[in-house]
Design a protein around this ligand. Sequence first.
Ligand code: OAD
Length: 269
Amino acid sequence: MTTTPIEAAAEAVARGDVVAFTGAGVSAESGIPTFRDPGGLWDRYDPMRFATFEGVAREAMEHPDELAGYLTEMRAAFASARPNAAHLALAHLEREGLLIGVITQNVDGLHGEAGNTDVVEVHGSHARRRCLSCGALEDVSRQEYVAGLDRTIQALRTAFVPSYQSLLPRCRACGGPARPDVVAFGETVRDFHRAERLAERARTLLVVGTSGEVYPAAALPEHARGCGATIVEVAKGPTSIRADVMLEGAAGAILPRLVDLAVRALHPG
Ligand code: OAD
């Protein structure tokens, strides 16, 4: 009898020590736009202008309306986003003792909200701010994050903008300007050592919804493979990931089925 790709993937997942490595595609069904799909963010916004710190600072002064438009889209997506079936399936896999951690490139916090407890956010998180003056890190709720965005958008639309820093929320410790602790292009990724150690422990690396285009994160699947991991991939379209088993389609449809099959293999009958 031939094994289907999803059965082969479930067999690998059922062996345990699964690490998930995720990208924007895992949150697409929560309403958060991806970057490189047709019509994605980088199709509509030049990342050199909107995803570098210098670019954003320049846009604030030179094209405040365009920056306000970009931030308004971000606000709409992030304010209402909730974990979808894909996030919940990964949390289920952890509760079953099969998944040991998640490495994500996403900054939306949805894996944690779904219930995963060890999540390495290599591109940072909206749930933290970093002070540009004293370097302090502080946790911010989703409500505070959205309120900060609202103030910035309003200032961009209505006021003369004396500097980018004048648009930022204030640090609770020193009163300096504090920016979201997310990694812009050209900046150092977060917790990468921890991500590599986790990838090394993976018996199966479950890669979900990433084009595999952005380094150093994109090197993690090959790093895990080099340490003996099987690479199972779930994505809607072709990617740069070299997978042992590829499951093509929406993560919100595929992951619950995959997890269900793996859990049934674990507890037969
Ligand atoms: P991309 O937009 O590059 O890739 C998203 C991938 O998800 C594509 O391969 C899609 O086919 C797939 N996809 C879309 N919808 C899906 C769905 N419902 N189910 C499963 N797969 C789906 O996003 P990332 O790889 O995450 O970095 O991008 C990596 C980094 O580039 C981001 O973290 C961000 C960006 O610039 C920074 O901002 C530093």
